[in-house]
Ligand binder design. Structure first.
Ligand SMILES: [Zn+2]
Length: 131
């Protein structure tokens, strides 16, 4: 069985981050369709799943590699944003976030200090906010 699979996968692209992502998306779509009865989501999920298998078994390794690189490039900022969001949710009990009115720099200030004078470390603008 293992040998058969190894032989079958020889010269084929295999699993990468993009196909993992696509499988995850398709599972989510199918699960949502089961809960909500939107059969279009089920179809969409199966299409995405089919595409991900197409990529895994593809023999056009260069093209699949390029696709994955493109995916990683566009996915990285989203991942960073999610990470930031998660971090912020975790610390939102103790900190409040403000944007500098001058340069837009994000500033973290401890909560429950009343009105505080905040000085932007980037452009040195001062502004008063309630925390
Ligand atoms: Zn600033």
């Amino acid at each position: 069985m293992r040998n058969w699979l190894q032989k079958f996968m020889r010269g084929r692209y295999g699993v990468d981050q993009l196909s993992n992502f696509m499988v995850t998306i398709s599972v989510i779509l199918i699960l949502i369709s089961m809960v909500t009865n939107y059969s279009i989501l089920n179809t969409a999920g199966l299409v995405v799943l089919g595409l991900s298998y197409f990529r895994i078994f593809s023999r056009d390794i260069n093209r699949r590699y390029t696709e994955n690189q493109k995916f990683l490039k566009s996915y990285q900022p989203i991942k960073n944003k999610l990470f930031k969001f998660k971090n912020r949710a975790k610390s939102s009990k103790d900190y409040k976030y403000f944007k500098c009115p001058n340069c837009g720099q994000e500033l973290r200030v401890p909560r429950k200090k009343g009105r505080v004078n905040i000085k932007c470390p980037k452009c040195e603008t001062s502004f008063v906010r309630r925390t």
